[in-house]
Structures are given as C-alpha cells and as structure tokens.
Design a protein around this ligand. Structure first.
Ligand code: ADP
Ligand code: MG
Length: 350
C-alpha cells in the first residue's frame, strides 16, 4: 500500500491496559514435509514457524509483519486451528486448543475467525449473499426464523453494504465489497478473535483505506482480539497496538507500534521502515536496500535468520542465535548488535 506515515498515531490502548490474553502461542514450531514419501517420514522439511511466542488480548490488535515466506500465514492458521503445531502450545482462554474435540472444537471455530487475502476465492460464487449468511447463522443456531431477516440486514449494515445487496451473487460485487462480505460472514458468528491475513493486499489502493478503517472500527466496537498479518509495515501503522517483525519463521523484534516506528532496533525492521515514504516535506529517510531474497526455509539456521542479508552482520551472527535485548518494557529485539558492552563491527567493512 502506498500509505504514508504522517501525524501522530492515535493510541488505542497502552501496554499497561492490556488485560489477560485470550490466545497465547508458546514456543510454537511448525514444519511441512516437502516431499511426501509413500513409506516412512519425509526427508525434507520446510521450517515455517520456529519457536514463536505471541499473545492476543481483547480490544487490542497485534500486527505480524514480514516478507512473503516468513511464516505469517502459518501462524494465523495455527491460531485458527487449521494447522496443528509440531511442538509448543496454542492456548485459548488458558486451554490447549489441540485437545478440543466435538462441541468444544465447533465453539472454538466459531469464536476464532479468519479473513483471507483473496475475497474472490473466499466466497462461493453460486450462493446469493442471503443464503450464504443464513447458512452460517443456522449452522451455529445464532438466529431463529423470525430474527433472521433483521440480523442479515444488521450484518450488512455493519460492513457498509446496503440491505438490498443480500439478493445478489458475489460476482456482482467489486473487490472491496467482496471483502466486506467476507468480514460480514466472519462477524455473523460473533467471534472473539479475528485473524486478518493480508486482508487488503489484493485490493486497489483506493479501497484499501476504507477496508482498514472498517476493520479497525469493528475491532474496537466488538473489543476483538485481532491479529493483523501484512507484508507491508505502513499498513500496520494505523491498525495495530503492538507489532511483531517476523523473518524466516522467527520473531526478530516486537514492541508497541509507536516504539517500533519511532525507534526500530533490528536491521531488518529498519530496512522495512526505510521503504515507507515520509509525508513531511523536506524530510528524507535513508533507504536501506536489502539485497537478495528471503532464503529458503528448508534449513533451520543455527544463528540469526537474517544473517545472510544483514548489512551489519557480525561473524558469530551466523552460528549463534542472539539473546533477547529489552531496552524498555514491551520492546524486545533479538540481535547481536545490542549485546551489552558490544562494539558493533560491520562485517562488510572489516
Ligand atoms: P507467509 O504467509 O509469510 O508468506 P507462509 O506461512 O505462507 O508464509 O509460508 C512459510 C513457509 O512455509 C513457506 O516457505 C511456504 O512455502 C511453506 N508452507 C506453508 N504452507 C505449506 C504447506 N501446506 N506445505 C508445504 N509448505 C508450506
Ligand atoms: Mg501469507
């Protein structure tokens, strides 16, 4: 998105205000077999998520940012229980979601909803809007016959669509309107957690801001615990309270959104931030161009995952994963540059 950063971000909640987490990921790992063999386990794996910790709290939005292939969607699917972790825990209200069965699992799938990147693929082209929403409401027994019509109109209004649009098919809507329909379908089941996976990446720039505004309004009104996934840091600025920066399956920096934007510490965060235009006339931000692409996730590097592209890498970054450095409550970076008493030496200059 070409959104520019300007003005002061309106805070939605402060670190101290955050209540008890509703969703927690604790040291979660997930790998996918690369080639499925007929007999025996696969020899090759894609290490999508490598020890991620994360918390979602009602009324707060957490942004998960990183390049394509860094494992963001897998984190979203693990939260929605569309994937199961290889190790670590995914907790909902303190309970391990992998143990949910039957009614408990159905209730979980209702309370944790996902909005996907592509609203074209997410809707059944053969169903009119009203039959799509009716089905959802019926399956979850959320409205009796007498309240059905009223609830449908209410849902459409909530996402800014006219009541008459319930008689139309998905192909009769524009991309932005289809994403509104996907949001209405997610809201129909009155979720407590919303995972938005690149919800505006497939939309025209002119529509993106409207959908972001809608999601923010809904999140605040319903006090949803929201995970907002994006490859674009500028989109996240106005949406999120906290931001996690992910690279090759690992979180490399996390902090309150304002802090990440004003004092980014990790070289990767700085590079992502340097790509965003500054709105103030005369002010320039030095552009940090990263060379190459995110490496293949078929290896789990022992050191810092960003080593191969880092402009400030040190020799031992390749072999040892950096310890956590927390300059302030709620702000943590995993980078050898911040080891106490450490004098940064630039490898490219040495
Ligand atoms: P992102 O959303 O950040 O682009 P993903 O979570 O989609 O990243 O993918 C992370 C890595 O895991 C990628 O290398 C991707 O190819 C791989 N991956 C994701 N899902 C699967 C799957 N079902 N089978 C095999 N590999 C997968
Ligand atoms: Mg993705």
């Amino acid at each position: 998105m070409s959104a520019q950063l300007s003005g002061t971000k309106k805070r939605h909640s402060t670190p101290g205000e955050a209540g008890a987490p509703l969703v927690q990921l604790r040291a979660v790992y997930k790998a996918f077999p690369l080639q499925q063999r007929l007999l025996g386990p696969s020899r090759h794996w894609v290490y999508a998520v490598n020890g991620v910790d994360l918390q979602l709290t009602p009324g707060r939005t957490v942004g998960l940012v990183g390049e394509s292939g860094s494992g963001k969607s897998t984190v979203g699917k693990l939260i929605c229980r569309l994937e199961l972790p290889d190790s670590g825990q995914v907790l909902y209200d303190g309970q391990d979601v992998t143990r949910f069965r039957g009614a408990a699992l159905r209730a979980y799938h209702r309370q944790v909803q996902m909005v996907f990147q592509n609203p074209y693929a997410a809707l059944n082209p053969r169903k009119r809007v009203d039959s799509m929403l009716r089905e959802v409401l019926k399956v979850h027994r959320l409205a009796g016959c007498s309240q059905m019509e009223e609830r449908l109109v209410q849902l459409l209004e909530q996402v800014g669509l006219p009541a008459e649009s319930r008689h139309r098919f998905p192909f009769e809507f524009s991309g932005g309107q289809r994403q509104r329909l996907c949001i209405a379908r997610a809201l129909a089941v009155e979720p407590r957690v919303l995972v938005c996976d690149e919800p505006v990446s497939a939309l025209d720039v002119s529509i993106q801001a409207q959908i972001l505004h809608l999601l923010k309004t809904i999140q605040q009104k319903n006090q949803l615990a929201m995970l907002f996934i994006s490859h674009d840091l500028s989109v996240v600025y106005h949406m999120c309270d906290e931001v996690l920066i992910m690279y090759l399956g690992k979180i490399v920096e996390r902090g309150e959104a304002e802090r990440i934007f004003s004092q980014p510490l990790h070289p990767y965060t700085r590079a992502l931030l340097s790509a965003i235009p500054v709105a103030e006339p005369g002010r320039k931000r030095e552009r940090i161009v990263l060379h190459g692409e995110i490496p293949s996730a078929t290896r789990r590097p022992p050191g810092c995952p960003f080593y191969s592209r880092c402009p400030q890498r040190l020799p031992h970054c390749q072999t040892e994963f950096p310890p956590a450095h927390s300059p302030q409550t709620g702000h943590t970076v995993w980078c050898w540059l911040y080891r106490e008493g450490h004098q940064p030496i630039r490898m490219d200059q040495s």
